[in-house]
Ligand binder design. Structure first.
Ligand code: ADP
Ligand code: MG
Length: 591
């Protein structure tokens, strides 16, 4: 007898649910999208227990009549397309007619709906695909859908759900995407009875960004650079973060196509290219990008959750975005807030705190330099005894106590004479390397020594960030960073490593949270720590463009001698390039 049987419809739905409904956040996305497609101006989302217990969504959209309400939860039922030709140029967020049926097959659903011109409302209750109740009721116009106990009859799927905080984090991310794409809607989101967001329709995009990303601070979101371009049927609107608020991951890059959040490699590449030369290679800009183009110019029917699309002319999309962003960035004075030497962190500080900070930096430098005297036996570069300084020597060129001749050029490189030629040193890369090695050594011995901040620096955190802080508490402690609760959505940095006293604690902690929250980090503890130390070294190091005193250069050269194998910075870039006298002689045809 044959082994193959036809699956019943409920099984088919349950299997299909696996494609679109991965976790509570997927339900939130699908239901909010339905509300938007129904023309709602206001959507209220209430969550309990990370969505594992309850997801409830109420809208004031078109509503459904008796017949449609029953039909909506059947598989492959949609009001959004009728014929195959409608597949070209889909203007709604949904069209596959799968979401409600999938959701209803794996949870307990209660739905109430009323159209504007019908006399009464209707409700329906479904338990894992079986309608248990249906009939008239009283309600306002619009639709409310409640989903309880997602996957409760599917222990294998239920087991995959993570902690309440993690699931809630995914929900806030989906909500954030939809809220960014629909700044014209009133939206609210609450968890276990507490309201997390109440976003009003008349605020404008900048304000919406500010409310969704308190971590970017209201100041920064108003400071985003707006680029607008309409050409070749593609309308581009972008809010661009200045290079100095760049991040360690692309988590703060949002791209929307006709109101749909998408991920696309052409778009990511265009963003990266637009910032070329304005950012260090492993930094990611903050970008909110809104693209409008004819629905017929791309296909959304290529991915179950429609997060990817296929552009018919991807090169054109790429070049339009790149052009609009690049032109705006190049035409904007980015320097005012540019990362100039370490001291520039005091841009918002009062003169008094600025000078305190200067003092702290000076002290830290002094301490750093004191502890890092070169061991004479370990010299890697030997400098030739210098000739007496000429009366009209260049500003920094002089004979050092270490018998070296050196010169800082363009406030970025140090040219130093060696026994058999000279070296050119990238001051930032070398200093970074030295700090990195010191940090690695110290943290291996025990945790970094920290010091209490005079005034704790507070910052707002999102729920996922809170989770990240919790998960990585051990690591953060080892770094000598103390972060304590300061309010409902606020934390404060209370202590910071002494060794990094010239790094701005908040700036560092934010970047660290980004890094720790990065999904692709693979979460290998050792690698994470390494990346954080790497970031710390980069931040603490002397910058390119910073004029150094003779003593500082001498110290750098001395430390270079002690640091092992320091011809490459932690990023693999060289710190030093050597030239030999014999090469020079060859070049000048002396031999
Ligand atoms: P799709 O969105 O792909 O059409 P769904 O399964 O998500 O499929 O929804 C099925 C249908 O139910 C929709 O096409 C729409 O007609 C109706 N519907 C769903 N949610 C709502 C809502 N909030 N308001 C009005 N109609 C809705
Ligand atoms: Mg839908």
């Amino acid at each position: 007898m044959g082994q193959i049987a036809v699956l019943d419809q409920n099984m088919i739905n349950m299997i299909a649910a696996g494609e679109v409904i991965e976790r509570p956040a997927s339900v939130v996305k699908e239901l909010m999208e339905n509300s938007i497609d129904a023309g709602a101006a206001k959507i209220t989302v209430s969550i309990e227990d990370g969505g594992k217990k309850l997801i409830s969504i109420t809208d004031n959209g078109s509503g459904m009549d008796t017949e449609d309400l029953a039909q909506a939860f059947q598989p492959h039922t949609t009001s959004k397309i009728k014929t195959s030709s409608d597949l070209h140029g889909i203007s709604t967020l949904g069209f596959r007619g799968e979401a409600l049926a999938s959701i209803a097959s794996v949870s307990q659903v209660k739905a109430v709906s009323k159209t504007k011109d019908s006399a009464g409302a209707n409700n329906i209750e479904i338990d894992c695909g079986q309608v248990t109740k249906a009939g008239p009721c009283s309600a306002d116009f619009g639709t409310t859908i409640q989903i309880r106990d997602l996957f409760y009859k599917l222990p294998a799927r239920r087991k995959f759900l993570r902690t309440t905080n993690t699931e809630w984090g995914h929900i806030t991310e989906q909500f954030t995407r939809i809220a960014l794409a629909n700044a014209n809607l009133d939206l609210s989101l609450s968890h276990n009875g507490r309201e997390s967001y109440r976003l009003l329709s008349n605020q404008g995009l900048h304000q919406r960004v500010a409310e969704l990303f308190p971590a970017l601070s209201a100041d920064v979101s108003h400071d985003l650079i707006e680029a607008v371009n309409q050409e070749k049927n593609i309308h581009v609107l972008a809010l661009l973060g200045r290079p100095d608020i760049s991040r360690t991951s692309n988590k703060f890059q949002y791209a929307f196509l006709n109101g749909r959040f998408i991920r696309d490699k052409f778009i990511s590449h265009a963003i990266k290219e637009a910032y070329r030369g304005l950012l260090e290679p492993n930094r990611f800009p903050v970008v909110f990008l809104f693209i409008q183009m004819p629905f017929e110019d791309y296909d959304v029917n290529v991915h179950p959750t429609k997060i990817e699309v296929r552009f018919y002319n991807a090169n054109l999309v790429h070049s339009q975005i790149l052009g609009a962003l690049r032109e705006k960035l190049l035409g904007t004075n980015l320097e005012t807030q540019g990362k100039l030497p370490a001291i520039s962190q005091s841009k918002s500080a009062s003169p008094q705190t600025a000078s305190m900070r200067d003092q702290r930096i000076a002290d830290a430098m002094a301490e750093f330099f004191k502890k890092h005297k070169p061991a004479q036996t370990q010299q890697h570069i030997r400098f030739r005894p210098a000739s007496p300084p000429a009366a009209t020597s260049a500003p920094i060129e002089r004979t050092a106590p270490y018998d070296r001749k050196f010169l800082q050029i363009h406030d970025s490189f140090i040219v130093a004479q060696t026994d058999d030629g000279f070296v050119i040193i990238d001051q930032h890369a070398l200093h970074e390397k030295i700090i990195y090695e010191t940090l690695c050594r110290r943290i291996q011995e025990h945790k970094l020594q920290s010091q209490k901040l005079l005034i704790p620096e507070s910052f707002e955190v999102t729920t996922p960030e809170m989770e990240v802080l919790k998960i990585n508490a051990g690591l953060i402690e080892k770094l000598g960073i103390e972060i304590v609760p300061f309010g409902p959505r606020t934390m404060a940095v209370q202590a910071f490593p002494t060794f990094l006293s010239n790094v701005q604690p908040l700036d560092f902690v934010r970047d660290m949270l980004d890094l720790l929250g990065r999904k692709d980090a693979g979460l290998d503890a050792e690698r994470l720590l390494d990346e954080i130390l790497d970031m710390a070294s980069c931040k603490a190091a002397i910058k390119a463009g910073q004029k150094l005193t003779t003593a500082e250069i001498e110290q750098l050269l001395a430390d270079k001698d002690t640091a092992e194998s320091s011809t490459r910075c932690p990023h693999g870039r060289p710190t030093t390039i050597k030239f030999s006298i014999s090469d020079l002689e060859k070049q000048f045809k002396r031999t």
